[in-house]
Write a protein that binds this ligand. Structure first.
Ligand SMILES: CC(C)(COP(=O)(O)OP(=O)(O)OC[C@H]1O[C@@H](n2cnc3c(N)ncnc32)[C@H](O)[C@@H]1OP(=O)(O)O)[C@@H](O)C(=O)NCCC(=O)NCCS
Length: 196
């Protein structure tokens, strides 16, 4: 049995705990190396996420789930409630474990816990990630709608908006965008941070 088959078979999803944070950072920063040379150079950093940013994301309501194989965390994905939608945040699988179903398991797990529309923001240039979400049934919204959604739910400079896309778990009805932007404006939550 090769490593990838074993990943799919032995995977276990569980909530991320405080004592997992070093492992979570290791996964995010190893997987995010895929962005190097792909996303705008001024947005690339190594490490991509610092420990204090991860702590701040969790304090801001991002709830992470992890996928363990053989007792080792190999993937993480977060969900954040914002007004009347849920955002998938920070989806990362260790490079050596990619392509074996871990991301799919995590996305399905988060989706099962959500009753509302799910939105995902990612880099326009991360074509593999867009393909992954589209294969899971997510629909890429128009650039115009994406810009409005990014301004509403993420804190992103204009140049990052142009470099980002948004995918939704269902087609956006004509009045959906207006409604959720109004709902978001009515809450006092701080917008999600800039990174997808
Ligand atoms: C995007 C990412 C989270 C997907 O997780 P994953 O565990 O690799 O995804 P899966 O193995 O569940 O693959 C899902 C689909 O994409 C395909 N796929 C994804 N990555 C692949 C790879 N490296 N090799 C082969 N196929 C791959 C699979 O064939 C699968 O298709 P299927 O369900 O029709 O069989 C992961 O690849 C990753 O961490 N990438 C780098 C960081 C990133 O781009 N994160 C997204 C931020 S929004």
């Amino acid at each position: 049995m090769d490593g990838k088959s074993r990943n799919a078979r032995d995977a276990r999803i569980r909530a991320i705990r405080d004592d997992d944070l070093d492992d979570v950072l290791g996964i995010i920063n190893a997987a995010a190396k895929a962005y190097r040379g792909v996303i705008p150079p001024d947005r690339w950093r190594d490490p991509y996420m610092r420990a204090d940013e991860l702590v701040s994301e969790r304090a801001d309501g991002v709830r992470f789930s992890g996928c363990e194989v053989g007792g080792r965390l190999v993937g993480v994905m977060g969900i954040q409630s914002r007004a009347d939608v849920d955002l998938v945040r920070h989806a990362y699988v260790l490079p050596e474990s990619q392509g074996s179903g871990i991301g799919s398991l995590l996305l399905r797990h988060l989706g099962q816990a959500c009753q509302r529309s799910i939105l995902i923001g990612t880099w326009r240039a991360a074509e593999w990630a867009i393909r992954f979400y589209e294969a899971k049934g997510f629909i890429r919204v128009s650039d115009e709608d994406a810009a409005a959604l990014l301004r509403t739910y993420w804190t992103v400079p204009d140049e990052q908006i142009a470099a980002s896309v948004v995918l939704a778990s269902c087609p956006l009805a004509p009045d959906f965008l207006e409604k959720i932007i109004a709902a978001a404006a009515a809450t006092s939550n701080r917008p999600a941070s800039s990174e997808p």
